[in-house]
Every structure is written in structure tokens, then in C-alpha cells.
Design a protein around this ligand. Structure first.
Ligand SMILES: NC(=O)c1ccc[n+]([C@@H]2O[C@H](COP(=O)([O-])OP(=O)(O)OC[C@H]3O[C@@H](n4cnc5c(N)ncnc54)[C@H](OP(=O)(O)O)[C@@H]3O)[C@@H](O)[C@H]2O)c1
Length: 210
């Protein structure tokens, strides 16, 4: 029986896996013997992550690379179709691609930015879930959605200051690293959490309790 560190035979599609949390999650799934699909809009970054996945995979599995924009329905269909064509199935979908908005209420482009955020963070999740559900049903697979406890509208400097201050105020005394989220994703996708469904798992260093 697979353990949390053994995803042998599992096909895992992680959106937004060309950087950050998604990249670390893809690498951790690969380290745990999963067959990973890496995707994002920037081909070079997708390839870099795929190479890292290949390096850590105990079975030397090569990640499938798909360059796609999740806000485009054609790209979403191609992403899922290519995955199924390549591996014949899908076990785990991680909806991770997302972006923040740095607009103020007075910004003239506010609604364009709003539409882009909603298309990336919400609409794509609904559409990809719609496309993947029949395949996940067959494998009795699962879906992990990545979200946030905060919505930020800050500059880089303000964000760094925010993180320093935030670390002091968190019960755990530090802000999270991508690996913290990747570990939570692997747990939710594993057999160890097979009785967990529809749950909101907070991996937030105690942020909501601070
Ligand atoms: N970092 C945090 O503190 C934090 C906190 C709470 C929640 N989150 C959530 O965690 C998730 C990942 O965040 P992160 O910090 O790792 O972000 P990140 O480093 O900016 O990575 C975002 C990923 O999403 C991809 N992406 C963005 N727009 C896309 C699009 N239209 N089509 C396809 N791929 C797209 C990017 O790839 P390309 O650029 O190659 O397209 C990239 O791989 C997000 O959903 C975010 O809201 C992050």
C-alpha cells in the first residue's frame, strides 16, 4: 500500500508548476515516485522544473511538459487531453496556478485586473475540474485546490516588510516556505487522507489563530 512518500503509479497534474509552490509540489511528487505533469505559460521555466523532477525521481521518470495558459479553454483541454493521451489516466489534480492583484480601487484598469485574477484563480479551477472529473472518477482520484488566507495589494518592499512583521506575529514565528504547502498537498493527495473530503486544510503557521 502506498505511503505518503510513495506515489508509485500515480499521475499528478499540477497547474502553475513552473515556479513557487507548484514547482516545489511537482518536485516532491516526483521524489515520491509519481508521474508528474508540469505546466505553466513560460516554456523555459516548465522545462527547468521538469528537469528537476527527473533528477529526483527514484525511477528516473520524466515529467510531461505542457505549456498552457489556464485562462484559455483550448489550452485547458489540450493540457488534460495530452495528459490522458500520454498516461491513459489521471489520479491527482492540483489546482495551484494563481496570481495576486496589486490594483487599488481607484485604478482605471481595476476591472481588467479583476477579470484576469478571476479567470486565473477561479474560472480555470472550475473548468479544469470539469474536464478532469470523469478521469478522476475512474481512478477514484482526488483534487487539491491551493488558495490563500490573505489578499495582498502591496509593492515588493512592502511585501518583504509584511513578511518580516508577519513572521513575528505568527504562533510558529516564521512565514511558510513552498515546501510547507507541498507537504500538505502530498498528504491530501495520499491514501493516508482517504477519509478526508471537502476539507479546508490550513497550512498557515497559525495565522488565523494569531
Ligand atoms: N506565495 C504565497 O505567499 C501564497 C500564499 C497563499 C496562497 N498562495 C497561492 O498559491 C498558489 C501559488 O502561488 P506562488 O506564490 O507559488 O505563485 P508564483 O510563484 O507566482 O507561481 C504561480 C504559478 O502559476 C502559473 N500561472 C499564473 N498564471 C497562469 C496562467 N494564466 N496560466 C497558466 N499558469 C499560470 C505561473 O506560471 P507561468 O508564469 O509560467 O505561467 C506559476 O507557475 C497561488 O494560487 C497563490 O494564490 C500563495
Amino acid at each position: 500500500m502506498p505511503t505518503i512518500s510513495d506515489f508509485t503509479g500515480k499521475v499528478v497534474l499540477i497547474t502553475g508548476s513552473s515556479s513557487g509552490i507548484g514547482a516545489t509540489t511537482a518536485i516532491e511528487f516526483s521524489r515520491s515516485s509519481a508521474q508528474v505533469v508540469t505546466t505553466g505559460r513560460k516554456a523555459e521555466n516548465v522545462t527547468q522544473v521538469a528537469n528537476k523532477c527527473h533528477k529526483v525521481s527514484p525511477k528516473g521518470l520524466k515529467a510531461l511538459e505542457v505549456v498552457a495558459d489556464v485562462t484559455k479553454e483550448d489550452d485547458c483541454r489540450r493540457l488534460v487531453d495530452t495528459t490522458i493521451k500520454s498516461f491513459g489516466k489521471l489520479d491527482i489534480l492540483v489546482n495551484n496556478a494563481g496570481k495576486g492583484s496589486h490594483n487599488s480601487l481607484y485604478d482605471s484598469h481595476l476591472m481588467d485586473s479583476y477579470d484576469e485574477v478571476m479567470a486565473t484563480n477561479l474560472r480555470s479551477v472550475v473548468y479544469l475540474t470539469h474536464l478532469c472529473a470523469p478521469h478522476l472518477e475512474k481512478t477514484r482520484g482526488n483534487i487539491v485546490n491551493i488558495s490563500s488566507v490573505v489578499a495582498l495589494g502591496r509593492s515588493r518592499e512592502q511585501y518583504d516588510e509584511f513578511l518580516d512583521e508577519r513572521a513575528k506575529s505568527l504562533p510558529l514565528g516564521r512565514v511558510g516556505d513552498p515546501i510547507d504547502i507541498a507537504n500538505a498537498v502530498l498528504f491530501l493527495a495520499s491514501d493516508e487522507s482517504s477519509f478526508v473530503t471537502g476539507a479546508n486544510l490550513l497550512s498557515d503557521g497559525g495565522s488565523l489563530n494569531a
